[in-house]
Ligand binder design. Structure first.
Ligand code: NI
Length: 265
């Protein structure tokens, strides 16, 4: 129901409300006795496999540096990978590709309700490379733009087909334990930045991916997840009954009024 306009680099503004078609997405919702719901959302086809292959080829042709360029002090000890220099030509071009793909993903926008997206970064893990268990820094500062964000959500966009490498799973801890994630090229995993997570060691081939952090309009994971649920149902009802159906309108009103209550702009 909320459409966001992701500008090229960072700023995200709401510009209109209107029906957006929600795409298929696999969702793992795990609710613990004492903790709020914690959603991991796999969003397929953010890029087509061809777009992912093209992006990967262009990335691999560029110069790479040690991955600890963006690490916090704790993470640096656990990280062994390489990263594209964030202000290089290749990274900027790739950021445009990813930003526009995110803008077009109704599922991503509905689930993340992005306020500000830290410019996407790109990394690669060859054989023997890994990123040990860590939590992402709560605040990220982008030197080039001076933007500072609170990291509510983390996302990994997989760029290498899973059959081309062994290991390299993204392993995220949720309320029921460690969950392993490995998806087709072009798929995105969205997960709360509050989680402990790691990247398993690659034992064959190479894993290239894009990762990013974002500040959501709705900081609270549980509130954001309820909005996502409501949005999904309204979209389904709207497709059946039409957007001007009286009950659809009431639920749309409810959705927007909950966003008004919970969003921090
Ligand atoms: Ni991380």
């Amino acid at each position: 129901l909320l459409r966001c306009d992701l500008s090229l680099r960072l700023a995200v503004q709401l510009y209109r409300a209107g029906p957006v078609g929600l795409l298929h997405a696999d969702r793992q919702l795990l609710t613990g006795a004492s903790e709020a719901a914690m959603m991991m959302l796999h969003i397929p086809d953010v890029l087509t496999s061809e777009e992912a292959a093209d992006l990967r080829a262009r990335l691999l042709a560029a110069p790479w540096v040690d991955g600890n360029a963006t690490s916090g002090a704790g993470a640096a000890q656990a990280k062994r990978n390489r990263q594209l220099p964030e202000d290089g030509e290749a990274a900027r071009a790739a950021q445009q590709v990813v930003s526009s793909a995110l803008t077009e993903s109704a599922t991503f926008l509905s689930a993340a309700l992005p306020h500000t997206i830290f410019p996407p970064l790109f990394n690669r893990y060859g054989v023997g490379e890994t990123f040990g268990l860590h939590v992402d820094n709560a605040v990220r500062y982008h030197a080039a733009t001076g933007a500072r964000i609170r990291t509510d959500l983390s996302a990994t966009l997989f760029l290498t087909p899973p059959e081309e490498y062994d290991g390299g799973e993204l392993i995220v801890e949720d309320n029921s334990g460690m969950q392993s994630h490995k998806y087709p090229a072009g798929s995105l995993l969205l997960y709360p930045s509050t989680t402990l997570h790691r990247v398993a060691e690659v034992t064959r081939g190479e894993r290239v991916s894009c990762f990013m952090w974002l500040q959501s309009l709705v900081a609270d994971n549980a509130a954001r997840e309820m909005l996502f649920d409501l949005d999904q149902s309204v979209q389904t009802l709207s497709a059946d009954r039409g957007a001007t159906d009286a009950e659809v309108l009431k639920l749309t009103q409810l959705y927007h009024n909950l966003v008004r209550r919970w969003a921090q702009s």
